[in-house]
Design a protein around this ligand. Structure first.
Ligand code: SAM
Length: 212
């Protein structure tokens, strides 16, 4: 199926949402039926989150991705296989707080986001201070942000954002995560982009933040 056809089909899939109100109605019902809520921003095809969801049917998962032809892959597979514990938001992750009530998320995953190196795009970076503040509101107490990147400048930028930001503590910081990957759990599984970076000998940096 070509890119245009994926774009045409994606928003008609029953597990894909493009409007906050429509999503909230379903989310508010579903979240009472599952143990934890796990969200990924900029999920690409959504294959990593789909695997995590299949391994954890007791939890509810939400993938957010701006490109319809990418998110189509995960959404189509979940729909075809009737995987009920994952939803897809086809929208800009910078609008993410419109979709979720306060203190509704247990884990927020940000994996290999666009580095947006230009200064004028600083506030649009997924780990800019204004974004971290928004995530803080939506995380439950003790909720976590898991951030991975192969871009040292973005990693340093993120650490700097934390300097005068209250409400988070660093639970894990690892500048050579590629050397010390755990054998089990969601961090054991590289994402699509992560796999590409590893094959090109890039180093992977990990930061886990916990809401106080
Ligand atoms: C480098 S890819 C990483 C994909 C996936 N997380 C992985 O590690 O394989 C970054 C993804 O973020 C998406 N993206 C970029 N800006 C976005 C935004 N503002 N809102 C939602 N998704 C965005 C891109 O379309 C792309 O799929």
């Amino acid at each position: 199926m070509g890119k245009i056809d994926k774009y045409k089909e994606v928003d008609n899939l029953p597990n894909v949402f493009t409007e906050p109100e429509e999503f909230r109605k379903i989310f508010d019902v579903l979240r009472t039926r599952f143990d934890r809520v796990i969200v990924e921003l900029g999920s690409g095809h959504g294959d990593w989150l789909l695997k995590y969801a299949q391994d954890n049917p007791q939890d509810l998962f939400v993938a957010i991705e701006i490109k319809g032809d990418r998110i189509w892959h995960g959404a189509k597979e979940a729909h075809t296989k009737q995987i009920e514990n994952i939803l897809f938001i086809h929208d800009d992750a910078l609008k993410f707080e419109q979709y979720f009530p306060t203190e509704s998320i247990d884990e927020l995953w940000i994996q290999f986001p666009e580095p947006l190196p230009k200064k004028k795009h600083e506030k649009r970076r997924f780990t800019a201070q204004n974004r971290l503040e928004a995530y803080h509101n939506l995380l439950k107490p003790k909720g976590k942000i898991v951030f991975k990147t192969d871009e040292p400048q973005l990693f340093q930028f993120t650490l700097k954002q934390l300097k005068d930001l209250r409400g988070f503590q660093v639970a894990q910081q690892d500048e050579r995560f590629d050397l010390y990957r755990p054998n089990t759990g969601p961090l054991s599984l590289p994402t699509y982009y992560e796999q590409q970076h590893l094959e090109h000998g890039r180093e992977v940096m990990l930061l886990v933040l916990e809401k106080n």
